[in-house]
Design a binder for this molecule. Sequence first.
Ligand SMILES: Nc1ncnc2c1ncn2[C@@H]1O[C@H](COP(=O)(O)OP(=O)(O)OP(=O)(O)O)[C@@H](O)[C@H]1O
Ligand SMILES: [Mg+2]
Length: 208
Amino acid sequence: MNQTDATRGRFITFEGIDGAGKSTHIGYVTSLLKGAGKRVVSTREPGGTPLGEKLRDLVLHEKMHLETEALIMFASRREHVAQVVEPAIARGDWVLSDRFTDASFAYQGGGRGLDRAKLDALEQWVHPHLQPDLTLLFDVPLDVARARLSATRALDKFEMEQADFFARVRGEYLRRAAESNGRIVVIDSTQTIDEVRAALQAALESWL
Ligand SMILES: Nc1ncnc2c1ncn2[C@@H]1O[C@H](COP(=O)(O)OP(=O)(O)OP(=O)(O)O)[C@@H](O)[C@H]1O
Ligand SMILES: [Mg+2]
């Protein structure tokens, strides 16, 4: 992106296992940023475009080969980056995305065991020059996330996976956070919603 930092928007992604609290806190981060005078675009993956939402429905509910799953995730992402994320950042908006490429590494890579080199290649193909400016990783043990989720709604294909799958997903997220040079900030999501909000405010302080 050949834009100066002053006119360019920012890209913030929300990550974590199912039920960790991503969707709950996007609204709060939106209000913090709007309070600081930013224009905010809130979006999600898989999805974020009309075609992407159709792909989301397929990938969350149909059984398929794990590489098909990864390819659909990145096909949805290609559309999302081109139609939503890059135009918004270019016009100076702040984009908040409920999941992005870290989720592919965590679920298809960590969870399902897809070779990381294949995910690296897809990332290079689909967004070679774009990375989140900040990623908020909502970290919570599986049993806490599961208890929160089952109270709310029917589970999708991923949410019905076993505990060891989520342990691998969570482990891969934390491994990436440790290697991210500060891009990925781990938020302890076992805390109360008010405590999580305080942690988010602290994580965003230098941006507000
Ligand atoms: N810190 C918290 N304390 C108590 N309950 C919480 C907390 N954070 C979220 N919840 C509740 O947990 C449930 C799951 O949260 P949420 O839908 O935000 O998770 P998510 O990360 O978006 O999950 P998914 O990946 O399945 O979309 C919701 O009912 C939400 O109200
Ligand atoms: Mg959610």
